[in-house]
Design a protein around this ligand. Structure first.
Ligand SMILES: O=C(O)CCC(=O)C(=O)O
Ligand SMILES: [Fe+2]
Length: 417
C-alpha cells in the first residue's frame, strides 16, 4: 500500500515522494527506499512529484552516471530552498534524483523513476490509479493495449528502453533473437478483463522426480524494471576470484549473496561470499514475498544474485547440490533485464558412468544415450523453479550469448537447511 498519489490536478496527478510524512530525507534503516516507493507507482508526463524537504537538504536532478556515483557537483537542476517543491514530470523517460546534502545520497536518499507518455496505459483497467504493489499474476501485459504490449522487445535495450507507442523495436541494443512481442502472447488482446488471471505456469516433468516450473510473466514489466534499476544500482556487486579445476579465475559475472543470520555459510568453487542481511536491501524482501506468494509451500532463507553485464558473462554447467541445501532443494530463479537462455542437461547417470570402464563406457553413452537437454528463454520478469531431484540429476547453465548487449540480473532463492 501507500502508493502515494495524494491528489489530482487537471494537468496531472500529484505524488508525494516517499508516500508519507518522512518526505525527502535521509533514510533510517527501517525506511523503505525511494526506489521501492517509486516502483509502486506509475508516472505519466504531466504528473507532479511533491518533494517535502528541510532547508539544509536539497533535490538534485542529475544524469544516470551521477546518480550511480552520488555525484552532486553538476546537477541538471538544483532545488535547495527547503519546504515543498512541486516538480513537474515534463517529458517521458528516466529521471534521476539525488540529495545534495553530504552523505545523504550514499545513505539512500536517491530515486530513479520512469515516466511514460500521457496515453500509455490509459485504457488499462485502473489506469488512473497508482499502480498497486506488484504481485504475481498482476500482469499488465495481459490487459490488452497497455504500454507494455505496445513496446515490443523491451527485455534488452538497457537505459533507453522506454520507447513510445509505435516506435520501431529494431533497437541495435536489443538482445539478438528477442521475440517481437516481448512476451509469449498468452492472454494478449483480451483487454478489459476485470479480473486478472494467475500468471500462466508451464510445468516440465524432467522425469525421475525432477521438475521445472516456468512462469514467463511473474512480475509485471514496469515493476520489474523498477526492481532491475534498484538492483543494478544498489547491490554491492562483486566479481570474486574462484577456483575451477585447480586454477584461479575471475568469476564471469557479478554476484552478491544475502542470507538470514546464523545459517551455514555458503561456499562454492573455493569461495565463501559475504552474507549480506535482507535489511540492507528492502526491495529484496518484496521480491521474496512475491516468490513466497507464488510458492506458498516454500520457505527461502538465502539468495544468490548474479549480474551478467553483457553476453560474454555466463555461468557454466553446474548443479546447486551443496549439502547445505539438502537432497531435494527447491530453487526459485527470478530474472530481470536482458533475456538469456537457461539450459538444463541430464548428468550421466551413475549406472551409465560405472558401466564397464573408461573409454568403452563413454562410447556407449554417446551412442546409446544422447544427453537429454531442455532450454528455457528466461525473459524480463520471469520465474523459473527447479525442484525435486533436479540438482542431483541435472546440470544447468546460462551460456555466453554474443549478441546480448545489455545486463541481465538473476536472483536464485534457496533454502539452507
Ligand atoms: O542466472 C541464472 O539464470 C542461473 C544462475 C545459477 O544457476 C546460479 O547462480 O547457481
Ligand atoms: Fe545454479
Amino acid at each position: 500500500g501507500g502508493a502515494g498519489a495524494s491528489a489530482s490536478t487537471p494537468a496531472g496527478r500529484v505524488f508525494i515522494v516517499g508516500g508519507g510524512p518522512r518526505g525527502w530525507s535521509q533514510p533510517t534503516p527501517s525506511d523503505e527506499t525511494y526506489n521501492h516507493w517509486a516502483a509502486k507507482n506509475r508516472f505519466h508526463v504531466g504528473d507532479f512529484l511533491d518533494f517535502n524537504y528541510v532547508k539544509n537538504d536539497s533535490v538534485l536532478l542529475v544524469s544516470r552516471d551521477d546518480y550511480k556515483l552520488c555525484n552532486a557537483s553538476r546537477p541538471e537542476q538544483r532545488f535547495d530552498a527547503g519546504g515543498a517543491l512541486r516538480f513537474r514530470l515534463d517529458r517521458n523517460g528516466d529521471f534521476y534524483f539525488i540529495s545534495g546534502a553530504p552523505g545523504h545520497c550514499d545513505a539512500g536518499q536517491r530515486m530513479t523513476l520512469r515516466v511514460m507518455s500521457q496515453h500509455d496505459g490509459d485504457n488499462k483497467a485502473g489506469g488512473d490509479a497508482p499502480a498497486a504493489a506488484p504481485a504475481p499474476g498482476d500482469d499488465e501485459d495481459d490487459s490488452g493495449g497497455s504500454f507494455s504490449s505496445r513496446t515490443p522487445g523491451s527485455g534488452c535495450n538497457g537505459p533507453s528502453r522506454l520507447r513510445l507507442a509505435g516506435e520501431s523495436p529494431s533497437d541495435p541494443h536489443l538482445c539478438a533473437n528477442q521475440s517481437a512481442d516481448g512476451g509469449d502472447g498468452a492472454g494478449e488482446g483480451e483487454g478489459g478483463a476485470a479480473k486478472k488471471p494467475e500468471a500462466r505456469r508451464e510445468v516440465t516433468d524432467l522425469g525421475g522426480g525432477s521438475e521445472v516450473v516456468h512462469v514467463p510473466r511473474f512480475v509485471p514489466r514496469e515493476a520489474a524494471w523498477g526492481w532491475f534499476d534498484y538492483l543494478d544500482t544498489r547491490i554491492p556487486w562483486k566479481r570474486p576470484t574462484i577456483r575451477v579445476f585447480g586454477r584461479s579465475a575471475v568469476q564471469p559475472r557479478d554476484t552478491c549473496y544475502v542470507a538470514d543470520q546464523g545459517l551455514t555459510d555458503l561456499k562454492y568453487s573455493g569461495h565463501q561470499p559475504h552474507a549480506h542481511s535482507w535489511d540492507e536491501f528492502p526491495v529484496l524482501k518484496d521480491i521474496l514475498k512475491a516468490v513466497h506468494e507464488a510458492l506458498p509451500e516454500s520457505n527461502f532463507n538465502s539468495l544468490l544474485l548474479n549480474r551478467y553485464k553483457t553476453g560474454s558473462d555466463y555461468v557454466s554447467w553446474h548443479a546447486d547440490d551443496e549439502p547445505l541445501y539438502g537432497p531435494t532443494p527447491e530453487i526459485a530463479s527470478v530474472t530481470f533485464g536482458c533475456e538469456r537462455e537457461f539450459l538444463l542437461r541430464k548428468k550421466p547417470s551413475k549406472s551409465q558412468a560405472s558401466l564397464g570402464s573408461g573409454e568403452s563406457a563413454r562410447k556407449r553413452l554417446k551412442v546409446s544415450a544422447p544427453q537429454q537437454q531442455h532450454s528455457f528463454l528466461l525473459k524480463h520478469g520471469s520465474l523459473l523453479v527447479m525442484r525435486g531431484y533436479t540438482q542431483r540429476d541435472w546440470h544447468h547453465s546460462v551460456p555466453k550469448r554474443a549478441k546480448a548487449s545489455s545486463p541481465r540480473i538473476n536472483l536464485t532463492f534457496r533454502r539452507v537447511l
